[in-house]
Design a binder for this molecule. Sequence first.
Ligand SMILES: *Cc1c(COP(=O)(O)O)cnc(C)c1O
Length: 397
Amino acid sequence: MNTSELIELEKRYGADIYHPLDVVIERASGAWMYDIEGRKYLDFLSAYSALNQGHCHPVIFQALWEQAQKVTLTSRAFRNDQLPLLYKELHDLTGFEMVLPMNSGTEAVETALKAARKWGHCVKKIPPNHAEIIVCGNNFHGRTLSVIGFSSDAQYRRGFGPFSAGFKQIPFGDAEALRAAISPNTCAFLVEPIQGEAGIIIPPKGYLHEVATICKQRDVLLIVDEIQSGLGRTGKLFAYMHENIAPDVVIVGKALSGGYYPVSAVLSSREVLGVFTPGDHGSTFGGNPLACAVARAALRVLVEEKLAERSAKLGAYALHRLQKMKGPNLVEVRGRGLWIGIELSSPARGYCQALQERGVLCKETHSTVIRLAPPLVIERSDLEWGLEQIESVVGES
Ligand SMILES: *Cc1c(COP(=O)(O)O)cnc(C)c1O
C-alpha cells in the first residue's frame, strides 16, 4: 500500500484524536526514521522524549529479544526474576527508597495521586475524603478523567465532565501562590519542573528550590512529574536536579523503556509508597518481566552512554546557535539540554511541514511553539544538519 492508501485506512477506521504530519514511517534507527517511500528523516521529537536512547537501540533490543523468549508476563499474582532487579537498579540510580511500576505515564500520575491522598489521610491525618492536591496552570499530566479534570486546557476538558474533586490550580512559576493555596488539608503539590506540552516553559530560577522549602515547611508532598523532562532530557538525570532539591515523589515514564514498550514508575520513600497494602492498587501488566528487562537495559544505556552529559553538551550548543537566529515571526528560543522550544508569533504547523519537506520531523505544541527534542544519541554532525534546516525555515534567508 502507498502513503495515501494507508492514511485513508487510518482515517476511515481510527478515532481521530491526533493531527499527525502525513509521513508514514516504516523503520527507524538512532536519530533517523525512514518512510515507506524510502525517504529519510531526522527525528527531532523522539516520541515526546520517549526515545532518548534513540530508535531501536541494539542493547535494549537484545534485552527485549532475550526476555521475550523466556517469560513476558506473570501478572503480580506471582513473582518474576526481573522486577526486583529493576527496583534495585532504579534505587541505586536515583536514591529513592521504593518503586511502584505501571505502564503508561498517566497511570503513574494516577498512582502518585492515589499514594499522596492515602498518605494525606493515613499519615498527615487529613479528615477522610478531604485531601487536596495543588496543581499548576498549563499543566500536562496525561489524559485520564481525573487528570484532565485539573487541566487548564479547555479542549482537554470539553465534553468530558463531571470531574474529580479535590484539586486546586495555581499559576506555574509562582511560589507565593503555592504558599497561599496550601490549607491544612493539602496533601501534595504536583508540578512539572519544566512544562513540556505547554511549550518548554522554564520557571524562574530558584522556583523549584522555593516550592520544595514551602512543601517541607507545610508537610505537603512535592510530586515532580519527570515523565518528559527526566532521564537525561535536560542535561541531568532529572530536571529537578538543576536546583538540587529532594522531591518526595518522582514520576517517570517515556524514556524509561527507550521507546520499546510502555513502562512507567513512581519513585518515592517508604513513608509514602508504604501506605499501599495488598489490594489497594494494581495493574495486570505493571512490573511484568518483559517491561522490567527492557527498562533495565534502557537505564543501562542511559548511564553507559552518558546521555545526560551528552544532552547538556549538545543542547548548550544547539540553544546558543538557535538563539542567534533572526526571523520575521520569531519570538523566543528557550530550552535546557536537548529540549528546545522555538516560540513564534504565528502558527507553527506550517514550519513543521516545511521542515518535513527538508527531512526533519518535529511537531508544534500549543500551536505557536516548535518543540525540538532529538534523541540524545544524535551524532553532532546530524544535529548540525538538522539545525541548518531549522535556520533555513525559521530564520531569515
Ligand atoms: C507524556 C506525559 C504524560 C503522560 O504519559 P503517557 O505515557 O502518554 O500516558 C504525563 N506527564 C507528562 C509531563 C508527559 O509529558
